[in-house]
Design a protein around this ligand. Structure first.
Ligand SMILES: NC(=O)c1ccc[n+]([C@@H]2O[C@H](COP(=O)([O-])OP(=O)(O)OC[C@H]3O[C@@H](n4cnc5c(N)ncnc54)[C@H](OP(=O)(O)O)[C@@H]3O)[C@@H](O)[C@H]2O)c1
Length: 429
């Protein structure tokens, strides 16, 4: 490979792929003038050649089979922007690396599952594997962890890294609308993945968190170790009640490494309104990193979309052409002695909402179960509902989640609840 010229092939011409073509065209001269690097788009591929697109693809060589591109001797780097809906992306990446091609991908789902094996193969074949766009779209968080913060011992990383959930929660709060209503609007606007569980079930955040915690703590990729809960049980009532006691509800991704225990979690949390995390609205992402030397550093910006994501992809191409950092950091430290924290021993306060049968003695029985699990109530209020029902809202003093889960199971068995109780941790950040 001539250092100053890189022959690029793009597979996948959807939102991100089209954005990359536009950006390469618009910025070609600028990139050359500022870095001396020439990025030449030599081939493209997608599923359907005849599909109407927002870009003119006629100047580029179309190759129908992604695997053929992965073997093309004229191509230096494959930009994989297909997604993880079938096995194609995985096959393309492996084939391309085996043929000595560098890889740029935004495929967080595939990386969270197969990143370590890709890294091993890339090392063996002495090629680059870069994936800046895979986490937080336009925020250059991967480079920050691989490069700028490399001398920092990082103890905690947390943030809002799924724009769709943040859009839904922000709209519910701003417009006083129920979850199902705002979710339908998000779907109509094309904000929700074709499999909605990826977004609203917290799985997309879990993919990104697994990548980030591996980079931050030098652990191996451990997607299965991410405790994951989505937002579909959050009601406008929870958002309003949180507001009354000074909090907002956000889907928070948290990874913490303490006393050789790694805790990775994606779940809705009550966050104090004045926290920078609570200020992030709509599809914006935010990530806070606590490092030994830097203290807390916060990164915020567009977490998705054509322009921001394409910007990250093209920056990876420039880095490859400049031969910057070959390590992908996805394989962790083989000597890492940390263990997953599965014990749920972290102490927190919780917000709880119960819809109860409105009968004498019900609250006493419920409080009894909480008390017998060592949970003490901080604040409590009751609101009558029609049809002999009542809502009971409370916050607890600090307790471990294990105790709370036992109490909630015991309460469910009392058959006094009209629906599954809602419990949301209060995160003081
Ligand atoms: N959109 C974002 O804001 C964003 C942000 C960060 C990361 N990402 C990641 O970036 C990747 C691309 O996302 P996107 O939003 O651009 O997806 P998209 O709009 O759905 O586009 C997917 C593209 O892949 C092509 N494709 C699908 N299956 C294929 C196959 N078997 N062989 C060849 N081409 C195939 C499609 O072809 P046709 O056009 O012919 O149908 C389409 O051009 C995903 O991994 C996603 O998770 C996206």
């Amino acid at each position: 490979m001539n250092k100053s010229k890189l022959n690029v092939a793009i597979i996948g011409l959807g939102t991100v792929g089209s954005g990359v073509i536009k950006l390469l065209k618009r910025q070609k001269n600028n990139i050359k003038n500022r870095t001396g690097i020439e990025l030449e788009l030599v081939a493209i591929s997608a599923k359907n050649k005849r599909k109407k697109r927002s870009i003119d693809i006629s100047p580029y060589r179309w190759i129908a089979s992604p695997i053929t591109i992965a073997r093309d001797p004229d191509v230096d780097v494959i930009v994989e922007l297909i997604g993880d809906m079938d096995n194609t992306a995985r096959k393309v990446i492996k084939e391309a690396i085996n043929n000595g091609k560098h890889i740029v991908t935004a495929n967080k789902s595939l990386l969270a599952k197969e990143g370590s094996s890709f890294e091993e193969l890339a090392k063996k074949k002495s090629v680059f594997l870069r994936y800046e766009a895979a986490v937080a779209g336009g925020i250059p968080i991967i480079k920050v962890l691989q490069d700028s913060l490399i001398v920092n011992k990082i103890s905690k990383l947390y943030g809002v890294i799924n724009g769709t959930c943040n859009f839904i929660l922000t709209k519910m709060e701003a417009e006083g609308r129920e979850y199902t209503d705002v979710f339908s609007e998000a779907q109509q606007l094309g904000y929700v993945e074709s499999d909605p569980r990826l977004d609203i079930g917290g799985i997309d955040s879990a993919h990104k968190l697994a990548l980030l915690s591996c980079l931050a703590f030098g652990t191996s990729l451990d997607l299965k170790g991410v405790k994951t809960e989505g937002i579909d049980h959050i009601s406008i009532e929870d958002i309003d009640e949180a507001h009354l006691i000074g909090y907002k509800i956000k889907l928070l991704a948290t990874a913490e490494y303490q006393k050789k225990l790694l805790r990775q979690e994606v779940s809705p949390k009550l966050i104090r309104k004045d926290s920078p995390i609570a200020q992030v609205n709509g599809s914006t992402n935010i990530i806070a990193i606590e490092g030994e030397e830097i203290g807390t550093t916060i990164f915020s910006g567009p977490g998705a979309g054509m322009g921001p994501t394409a910007s990250s992809v093209v920056s990876d191409l420039v880095a490859i052409a400049s031969r910057k950092s070959k390590s992908t950091f996805l394989n962790g430290d083989k000597n890492f002695s940390g263990k997953r924290d599965k014990t749920l021993t972290k102490e927190s306060s919780f917000y709880l909402r119960f819809v109860l049968k409105d009968k004498p003695g019900v609250i006493a029985r419920l409080s009894g179960k909480l008390g017998s699990c060592g949970i003490s109530i901080n604040q409590m209020k009751q609101k009558p509902l029609p049809k002999q029902k009542a809502t009971l809202i409370m916050t607890t003093h600090k307790t471990v989640r294990k105790n709370l889960e036992k109490a909630l199971n015991d309460i469910r068995r009392l058959k006094i609840c009209e629906q599954r109780p809602v419990s949301i941790e209060i995160e003081e950040i």
